[in-house]
Design a protein around this ligand. Sequence first.
Ligand code: BDP
Length: 590
Amino acid sequence: MLRPQESPTRELKSLDGIWSFRTDPDGVGRAERWYAAPLAGARDMPVPASFNEVVPDAELFDYVGEVWYQTTTRVPRGWRGQRVVLRFGSATHAATVWVGDAEVVSHVGGYLPFEADVTEHVTAGEPVTVTVAVDNRLSWQTIPPGYVEETDAGPRQRYFHDFFNYAGLHRPVVLGCTPHLHVSDVTVTTGLDGSTGTVGYDVAVGGGTAEVGVELRDADGRTVASGAGAPGQLRIDDVHPWRPGEGYQYDLVITATGGDEQDVYVQKVGIRTVEVRGTQFLINGEPFYFRGFGMHEDHLVLGKGQDAVSMVHDFELLRWVGANSFRTSHYPYSEEVMDHADAHGWVVIDETPAVGLNLALNAGGLAGSGTFSEERIGEETQRAHEREIRELIARDKNRPSVVVWSIANEPESDTVEAERYFEPLFRVAREADPTRPVGFANVMLAPAGACRVTPLADLVMINRYYGWYAFPGELEVARRRLDEELARWAQDGKPIIVTEYGADTLAGLHALTPSLWTEEYQVDLVTMTHEAFDGCDAVVGEHLWNFADFQTAAGFMRADGNKKGAFTRDRRPKAVAHLLRRRWTGPPLA
Ligand code: BDP
């Protein structure tokens, strides 16, 4: 799905700001046609943001069900005769949208965009009301999964992943116009051969047939190649590649012309290659070592709301600490984050929201029961998972920053059922994008030899908590076991990225003797773990868990959330951040 943009033929109007908002605990809004009139009893709610923490109200914090958002805007009068599209960066986890009293689109999946052609429901120059019912419920059929339990105190959302179920309109909402004849999609693939670059492109057009022309312009606006026809291949001499740390991008200016209409869409292109060769991970043919974090879209009050200040600040902290990469644990991040990554040379492991597919973890009373079964995670969930993979790749396929698709985090992976569940999903990912390696983050419960899903992957990605969940306080034993496990994975002959390691740490808690939760222990554990990585050639990456402390569901394992951050939730460095900075900004790692 194309990212909306302004171009010589396209305009955008942001609908971000204060919307009317109300909850619908009795689930009557649809029957009562709340979209057909101003929302009664509404309060103000900022968009984009999670709704959970904006109001100090425990019921809203833990609310389960549909909430309603409404805004009125005026369609620019210059849009007469144009195709008008309404687009949401995301709605967590499902949404139905009305324009006036016409239902225009429904979408399931909380972390990917969707849009509706609303041309016939709007009039240029006239006001229009947009109403959205957003459902934050997770079920056995959703990705991520969960279930609603009826308790004496009302419904409670249960889920198996370790981050708070923030919900709402988390990302920008825009109204845009294009000509009726419009560029509806483009796929680019890039190659490098010495100083020559190639850009393959395939353009799709909607609303009629068109002649397609493309021009590739460098960052100074000079045309370096051009072509005619919807699919084609461009050759660029003296190419300036996209590199980690330097997000050089060209503009592919696409022009579609048909009848008396013309559309212009500009697709950014970073020319780079990605390859797994033996135990190496190569970007532009050179070995790449991943330094960075698993992260979360998580900020005080904003929850998972996209916010430019927080986003740029987080990237500046990543830069300060010497990171070169991150994983979008455990769901696709906003397009604003991805644009920034492309433009500044961040290397990204792009993850679907398939987290919590493992009843051996965080499953309370269900613990240990079979995860993959028709009553739990069965074919319908698998179809939802497939859709998430397809939609993620459709959104991010042209992004140079994305070098790996991670199709799940810590699913059950040591059973025949898991292998059966995942085998077709790897196929889906590879069909949708034959150019990037596909993997998933393996859980400690399925070590080398026992995991039946990693053999399906192009690389080994493991989350390991030696010294924390395993051998807490016993760093010597932890080190030996970690060495042994890395050596076993190395025998697979694939690169290993340790996608999680770390320790919960309360900023400001100190001790002279090894003591869990202290800043010293986090430093000691991370030092021990790095020594193990340095002793294993197949390890090509280290992503500490987590970049910053983050909110989770309530539980006795968590102290106001997960505290494994290198930074606190308000982005102050813990001692480990300085350790990482010394390691990551020092001489390059082997
Ligand atoms: C892993 C999960 C991650 C958790 C982390 C932890 O992938 O989401 O937050 O462990 O327990 O199991 O801190």
